[in-house]
Design a protein around this ligand. Structure first.
Ligand SMILES: Cc1cc2nc3c(=O)[nH]c(=O)nc-3n(C[C@H](O)[C@H](O)[C@H](O)COP(=O)(O)OP(=O)(O)OC[C@H]3O[C@@H](n4cnc5c(N)ncnc54)[C@H](O)[C@@H]3O)c2cc1C
Length: 350
């Protein structure tokens, strides 16, 4: 019997992972990507293994993020930067560290249950170390120590934080959680390499899916696409829509009605001259959307750092959050945002 043919539209992390997994099962997949490479859309840098960056979300969402992150880490161990995350609450913030304890205990218990179910889930270290609290005395003690070039223990990771963060402006205890860095370059490189090895997987770059026929057919479909300026068509048994923030355009082609939200966000990347120190990720809580919104400091190699600020001047944008209309499943971002996504930022905006 012929293997079913699966078309995956979109080669971001979702489509690439679907392609990798289904081809691993021996299925015949074709991945359509309009760009020149895989996983080269919006960035990501943080493995949300517990959702601790966002105190606004529910405990259930945090547990789902923990489970999904463990799955992702097991599938892509080479894409992880193994460094913890430190959560600091500024003294002028309305929240208290104690407000988070209940959720942290729930997450730690949930992690232990996942390990009990399958010992291979133990990818975030011992569950007893899932989170750790550091008092002001602990941090003052670490401040006396020299920064360690290759941090091994959780304490080692905190030494640069003790040196560089203004300890008068944050509340104690500081909270350290096992949420790691996620390296999209290694993930994209790994997926591309593995898919290239498989005879039952084809990746078509510079190939945009433009139409799907017939509509609402549950048996099979013909994809029309443009590859390097040439129009082509192929028949498939199954279709996976993984077109990221453009998912609604494929829904519209097929006549499916969906409710969707799209949010335009950005981050700054900057270089800290002469910094060869390895920092953990540091998150300063704050009220999203206000000038003192949450700030996320993410270290990259060689002195580069990324700054997210859930403030209107850094990460969030006026009219950056849009929903679809009754006529279309695709939320429409203003052209100025699309221009930034498809081309680049103007020199004077950077
Ligand atoms: C500033 C910023 C920071 C972020 N940080 C994090 C983070 O730290 N951790 C985290 O987990 N997430 C983070 N995210 C979210 C994360 O980037 C997205 O959730 C993720 O990249 C979505 O992946 P995707 O595969 O669904 O979509 P995409 O990566 O957008 O992939 C969709 C692909 O489909 C292709 N495509 C679209 N239409 C067609 C067509 N018709 N034919 C062919 N190809 C098509 C596109 O070219 C694209 O490559 C961040 C997002 C932003 C904007």
């Amino acid at each position: 019997m012929e293997k079913p043919k699966i078309a995956i539209v979109g080669g971001g992390v979702a489509g690439s992972t679907a392609g990798l997994y289904l081809s691993q099962l021996g299925l015949d997949i074709t991945l359509f990507e309009q760009g020149e490479s895989l996983v080269s859309g919006p960035p990501f840098c943080h493995l949300h293994a517990g959702g601790n960056l966002y105190r606004e979300i529910s405990d259930e969402q945090c547990i789902t993020l923990l489970q999904q992150s463990i799955d992702l880490l097991r599938y892509y161990p080479y894409a992880i930067d193994y460094r913890p995350t430190v959560i600091a609450i500024p003294t002028d913030d309305g929240g208290k560290p104690e407000d988070l304890y209940n959720r942290l205990h729930k997450l730690r218990n949930e992690y232990q249950l996942l390990i009990d179910k399958d010992p291979l889930n133990r990818v975030l270290g011992d569950s007893s170390d899932y989170f750790r609290l550091y008092s002001k005395d602990d941090i003052e003690r670490l401040k006396q120590k020299e920064i360690i070039k290759n941090p091994k223990s959780l304490d080692d990771w905190l030494i640069p934080v003790a040196h560089d963060v203004d300890l008068e402006k944050i509340q104690f205890p500081l909270i350290m959680v096992q949420e790691y860095g996620l390296n999209l370059f290694r993930l994209g490189g790994g997926v591309t390499y593995l898919l290239n090895q498989r005879d039952n997987a084809r990746v078509l770059f510079n190939t945009k899916v433009t139409d799907i026929k017939p509509k609402n057919n549950r048996e099979s479909c013909i994809l029309e696409y443009e590859q390097d300026g040439e129009k082509k068509r192929s028949k498939f048994d199954y279709l996976i829509n993984a077109t990221g923030f453009r998912t609604g355009t494929i829904d519209d082609i097929l006549g499916f009605k969906r409710d969707r939200l799209v949010e335009f966000k950005s981050a700054y990347v900057t270089k800290w001259e002469n910094s060869d120190i390895l920092y953990p990720e540091i998150v300063f809580y704050g009220e999203r959307g206000t000038p003192r919104g949450m700030a996320q400091f993410t270290p990259y190699p060689n002195g580069y750092f990324q700054i997210h600020g859930m403030t209107p001047s850094i990460t969030l944008f006026d009219k950056g959050l849009v929903k679809n209309s009754t006529n279309s499943s695709q939320p429409l971002l203003e052209p100025k945002f699309i221009k930034k996504i498809e081309h680049k930022w103007e020199e004077n905006e950077v």
